[in-house]
Design a protein around this ligand. Structure first.
Ligand code: PGA
Length: 248
């Protein structure tokens, strides 16, 4: 059985002071024990977040990392730095990183390999643009991303990867993919994992949907066979709304 995983991606929001206040509010809520809960905070907030959530079952993630352990990489954050903080998850290849910061699939692949090597679970994002969806190219796009991003990830390690299917046209736009469209793509991803690995390994990988998930649509999305969680931006930034997502 795959344990559902709901992660709030805070993106570039919340100062340290605001982080502590929001996490105090979140951790005072009644949150389901049957869901793996993650908050993915800005780097500057990570230390305080881990401290604040120490006695809870809410895990902390970061939104990016570089693949090298140390060195002359101005502005980057290394896996060893995340290890030292006690970070459990790291988003790799979010569409905002791919589009705005021009991250390539080969760079993303190095980051996924490095995260696994350092025992940090990658949440690997993939998904098509609106234009690709309109031209019915969503499967080709996601397939080519995942084949490259998962290169050299072994059968033993693939279950450590969470894959987030996030159609770019649904992120932050209020437009959600229909739950059937989301399920169709998540099933496509699972079938691809069967091809790349085998059915036993594929059945262990958790696949999230992301893109305008909110309290009103989370339960329908979570009811689908191949959707094991959600990666949520906007709706994860308020304690009430985060709690409703977790308690879908
Ligand atoms: P959204 O963002 O929920 O605000 O659409 C999702 C994401 O980018 O992970």
């Amino acid at each position: 059985m795959r344990k559902p995983i709901i992660a709030g991606n805070w993106k570039m929001n919340k100062t340290v002071t605001e982080t502590i206040a929001l996490l105090k509010e979140i951790s005072s809520k009644d949150l389901s024990k049957n869901v793996e809960k993650v908050v993915i905070v800005p780097f500057t907030s990570a230390y305080s977040a881990v401290k604040e959530l120490k006695n809870t079952d809410i895990k902390v993630g970061c939104q990016n990392m570089y693949f090298e352990e140390s060195g002359a990489y101005t502005g980057e954050i290394s896996p060893l730095m995340l290890n030292d903080l006690g970070i459990d998850y790291v988003i790799i290849g979010h569409s905002e990183r791919r589009e705005i910061f021009k991250e390539s699939d080969s760079l993303i692949n190095k980051k996924v390999l490095s995260a696994i090597e350092h025992s940090i679970n990658p949440i690997l994002c993939c998904g098509e643009t609106l234009e690709e969806r309109e031209n019915n190219r969503q499967e080709d796009k996601v397939k080519s991303q995942l084949i490259e991003d998962l290169k050299n990830i072994s059968k033993d390690d693939i279950e450590k990867v969470v894959i987030a299917y996030e159609p770019i046209w649904a992120i932050g736009t209020g437009k959600t993919a229909s739950s059937d469209d989301a399920e169709e793509m998540c099933k496509f991803i699972r079938d691809l994992l069967v091809e790349l690995y085998d059915s036993k390994s594929a059945s262990k990988v958790r696949i999230q949907y992301g893109g305008s998930v909110k309290p009103e649509n989370v339960s329908e999305i979570m009811s689908k066979d191949n959707i094991d969680g959600a990666l949520v931006g906007g709706a994860s930034l308020k304690a009430d709304s985060y709690a409703s997502l977790i308690n879908f």
